[in-house]
Design a protein around this ligand. Structure first.
Ligand code: PMP
Length: 300
């Protein structure tokens, strides 16, 4: 299922965009899947979001590996090999005019008569991929920092799977938006988990604290990157459960994702994050990590 030969389009409107659907490129605006697709019926599928800088996918092997892990956890047969996935992403990027993009990949278990159990025999997975211009946080947001609200983490216990079933995340994000915030800070059993679509980091006494990579959070591709950036910059990086009280008294609070990169959270539940002069302002560790991230982009 190799991507078809590429046609260079020059899309000016969303209607001109193409997407990959089950073996070929089709116009995004009119692409459709059957209503019995298990992605539509059950949310039975997985996805990836890959940032692309200067037309090159960033940390592609890591994204590809996570896609493979998510598929394996749901026992969906990986529909393509590494080379085929890589050429699909490349072909998609080539056909769109933006230098920086984010590529969305989705695989569902496929189309079958509605029954909760997996179809037996298995059906062909549905493969969908599209790309959009990557809009990073504005300079203004980066200077002011994001506002966030605390919420109980009410999602399921397989948050390590990058599942398209995102209702818990959707409701959490909407609760944040309703409160005028950009993201939420979620807790399970009194411990920090993550945001609705980002990983969260606590800075205390010059060290970056990271919640453990287990079933309670999605291991962001920036998780590994941030640990590398800390190592390169001599910033202690500690993986351990983080208490709510430690978040609320943090020196700095950071969020990370493919589309936000590393962004400071400067207000939590209407109160400034941090202490003294730094209170409510982006802090030095976040700034160092952001700078390291920008360097990593150009070295990729
Ligand atoms: N957690 C959740 C729930 C997410 O949706 C995301 C973004 N996909 C992340 C963490 C961060 O992952 P990444 O760094 O790969 O974007």
């Amino acid at each position: 299922m190799l991507p078809a030969p590429t046609t260079i389009l020059n899309p000016t409107a969303a209607d001109d965009q193409v997407c990959w659907l089950n073996g070929g490129f089709v116009p995004l605006a009119t692409a459709t899947v059957p209503v019995l697709d298990r992605g539509f019926i059950f949310g039975d599928g997985v996805y990836e979001v890959v940032p692309v800088y200067a037309r090159a996918p960033f940390r592609w092997p890591e994204h590809r590996a996570r896609l493979r892990r998510s598929l394996a956890k749901l026992r969906i047969t990986d529909p393509m090999d590494n080379d085929q996935w890589a050429s699909l992403v490349e072909a998609l990027v080539t056909q769109h005019p933006w230098s920086d993009q984010f590529v969305y990949l989705q695989v569902t278990r496929g189309v079958a008569k509605r029954d909760h159990a997996f179809p037996d025999p298995a059906v062909q997975p549905t493969v969908f991929a599209m790309t959009s211009p990557l809009t990073l946080p504005s300079e203004d947001l980066r200077r002011r920092g994001a506002h966030a609200v605390s919420l109980p983490d009410e999602r399921w216990l397989h948050c390590d799977i990058k599942s398209i079933a995102l209702l818990g995340n959707v409701l959490a994000r909407q609760a944040a938006v309703d409160a005028g915030a950009v993201e939420c800070v979620m807790y399970r059993d009194g411990m920090l988990t993550e945001g609705s679509s980002s990983n969260l980091w606590v800075v205390r006494d010059g060290a970056v604290l990271a919640p453990p990579r287990d079933h309670r959070i999605l291991e962001g591709i920036r998780y590994g990157l941030i640990s590398e950036l800390c190592a390169a910059d001599g910033i202690p990086f500690m993986v351990r459960p983080i208490l709510r009280s430690e978040v609320e008294s943090a020196d700095e609070l950071l969020m990370s994702s493919a589309t936000k990169e590393i962004l400071p959270i400067t207000q939590l539940d209407g109160r400034p994050v941090g202490h003294g002069e730094q209170s409510g302002k982006p802090g030095p560790i976040g700034q160092r990590l952001h700078a390291g991230y920008q360097r990593a982009k150009t070295q990729a």
